[in-house]
Write a new protein. Structure first.
Lengths: 320, 104
C-alpha cells in the first residue's frame, strides 16, 4: 500500500480532469489493482476543513507515512514572497509544499504549472509563481536545486497542459510498485520513457514534413503544420503521437499545431499577438528549427525534398 | 481551374513580368507582423485582380537576393502543380520565380 496525497496550487484543475480520464491504468485501477491509497485529493477527498488540516499535519509529522506527494499548479509566492495569495488550511500553500515534500518518499509535479510555472509564470508573473524545482528553464523553483525526496530522487516532472492521463498514472504505478528508482530522468527531470522522442514521432503528417509540403489553413487534410502554422512538433519532447489522446488522436492528427506544452518555455513568446499558430521566421526562415538542424542544412534539405516530392504529397490524403 | 487554365494564367503572368511590371519587392517582411500586413493588403483585393496580387506580392521572374531564393524552395510552392498555395495568392507560378512572401 502506497499513500498518495495530491494538492493544487495556482492551478486550473486541468491535470486533475486529465488524470480522472486515465485509461491505462485508470484512476480506479490505481486503487484496486496497484495498491495506491489516495489520502486526499481536491476533487476526490472526503475530508473537509480541519480534518484536512489534521491529515496534512500527520503527513508532515510522519504519523501517516507519505509515499507520494503529487502537486498540481504553481507555487504562488505573491504578495512579496509571502504566498498569502494562495492559502490552504490556514497557511500559505507554499509552506505546505515545502514540508510535505520533505516528508514524502517521492514528489511528483503534474503539468506545466507545477513543473516550471506554465501560464501563470508568464511575464510579468503577478502571482510570483514558480514550479517545484524550475522556473521555466532556470533550475531552482520553490524547493531549490538541491532538493531530493526521501527516496533520493529530485521532483519527478510530468509536464503538459495538461499532462496526458496515462503519463500520470503510469508514473504513479511505477513509483507505487517500488520501481521509482528505475526511472531515468532527463535534464528537466522528465521521465525519459515519455520525453525522449518528439511530438513529431508518429505524426501522420510526417510524409508532408519530409517532402516540405505545408498546410496553409486549419482543417486541411494534407500538409505539415510546422512550416506555416506554428507547429512545434519537431522540437518538442512528448509522446503525443505514440500514446494517443483518448486512445484516438492527437493535436497534429486532428489538424491542430503542437504548441510545445511539455517544454519549459511554454507558452512560447508569452502568447504575444501573432505568435500563436504562426511559424516565426527571420527573413523567411523559421526561427526555431527542428531540433539539431542548422539553417544551411535545412535550406539544402528543402531544395532536395521539394525536387523529390511525389504528386500525391500535394493532395488530400486523409491524415486526420 | 484546369491544367490548361493554369498554364494560360502562368503564361499571362510571365508576359506581364517580362514586360517590366514593377512590383513591390522591398521591403521584405522580416517579422510576422510585417508579413501579416502584406496578407491583409492581399485580402482586401478582388481575388480576380491578378495584377495587384503580383505587385503587392513583389513577384519577379528570376531567383532573388544574395542566396538566389526562388519559388522552388518556398514552402507554399506545389512542385507538380507549379502553384503557389498561399491562400492569399493562389496563383500558378514558375519554380524560378520569387516573391517577397517567400518562406522556407
Amino acid at each position: 500500500m502506497a499513500n498518495l496525497l495530491w494538492l493544487q496550487g495556482g492551478a486550473c484543475s486541468g491535470n486533475t480532469m486529465s488524470f480522472l480520464n486515465a485509461e491505462e491504468p485508470s484512476a480506479c485501477d490505481l486503487v484496486t489493482d496497484f495498491g495506491i491509497n489516495v489520502l486526499w485529493h481536491p476533487s476526490l477527498g472526503l475530508e473537509l476543513g480541519d480534518n484536512v488540516k489534521t491529515l496534512l499535519q500527520d503527513c508532515v509529522s510522519g504519523k501517516i507515512p507519505l509515499d507520494i506527494f503529487v502537486f498540481e499548479g504553481t507555487v504562488v509566492n505573491a504578495p512579496n514572497g509571502t504566498g498569502n495569495w494562495n492559502r490552504f488550511c490556514g497557511r500559505p500553500m507554499k509552506d505546505w509544499v515545502k514540508e510535505l515534500s520533505d516528508a514524502a518518499q517521492f514528489v511528483v509535479a503534474i503539468g506545466d504549472c507545477a513543473t516550471w510555472g506554465g501560464i501563470p509564470a508568464m511575464a510579468p508573473n503577478p502571482s510570483e509563481s514558480v514550479g517545484l524545482q524550475f522556473l521555466k528553464r532556470a533550475a531552482g523553483g520553490s524547493l531549490g536545486t538541491g532538493f531530493k525526496s526521501k527516496a533520493g530522487l529530485p521532483v519527478i516532472n510530468i509536464p503538459g497542459c495538461p499532462a496526458h492521463p496515462d503519463w500520470v498514472t503510469q508514473i504513479l504505478v511505477a513509483v507505487a510498485s517500488g520501481r521509482g528508482g528505475d526511472l531515468s530522468l532527463d535534464e528537466f527531470q522528465r521521465p525519459k520513457t515519455f520525453f525522449t522522442t518528439f511530438t513529431q514521432t508518429g505524426c501522420t503528417r510526417n510524409m508532408h514534413f519530409a517532402y516540405k509540403v505545408s498546410a496553409t489553413e486549419f482543417g486541411q487534410r494534407k500538409g505539415c503544420l510546422f512550416y506555416d502554422l506554428g507547429c512545434r512538433g519537431p522540437m518538442t519532447h512528448s509522446p503525443c503521437n505514440r500514446i494517443l489522446w483518448n486512445r484516438q488522436s492527437s493535436k497534429t492528427r486532428a489538424g491542430m499545431p503542437c504548441m510545445g506544452c511539455t517544454e519549459p518555455e511554454f507558452p512560447f513568446y508569452d502568447l504575444a499577438p501573432g505568435t500563436v499558430f504562426k511559424t516565426q521566421t527571420v527573413m523567411g526562415v523559421p526561427k526555431d528549427m527542428p531540433l539539431g538542424v542548422d539553417k544551411a542544412g535545412y535550406i539544402k534539405l528543402t531544395g532536395a525534398a521539394k525536387a523529390a516530392a511525389p504528386a500525391w504529397a500535394e493532395k488530400d490524403i486523409f491524415v486526420v | 481551374m484546369s491544367v490548361a487554365d493554369d498554364d494560360a494564367v502562368r503564361a499571362g503572368i510571365a508576359e506581364l513580368l517580362a514586360h517590366g511590371l514593377k512590383t513591390t519587392t522591398e521591403p521584405f517582411p522580416e517579422t510576422e507582423k510585417e508579413f501579416g500586413g502584406i496578407l491583409n493588403e492581399l485580402r482586401a483585393l478582388d481575388p480576380k485582380d491578378l495584377k495587384s496580387k503580383l505587385v503587392i506580392g513583389g513577384f519577379v521572374n528570376h531567383p532573388f537576393g544574395e542566396e538566389q531564393y526562388r519559388c522552388m524552395e518556398c514552402m507554399y510552392y506545389l512542385v507538380h502543380r507549379k502553384w503557389c498555395d498561399l491562400p492569399e495568392l493562389a496563383v500558378p507560378v514558375e519554380p524560378e520565380w520569387w516573391c517577397r512572401l517567400w518562406r522556407i
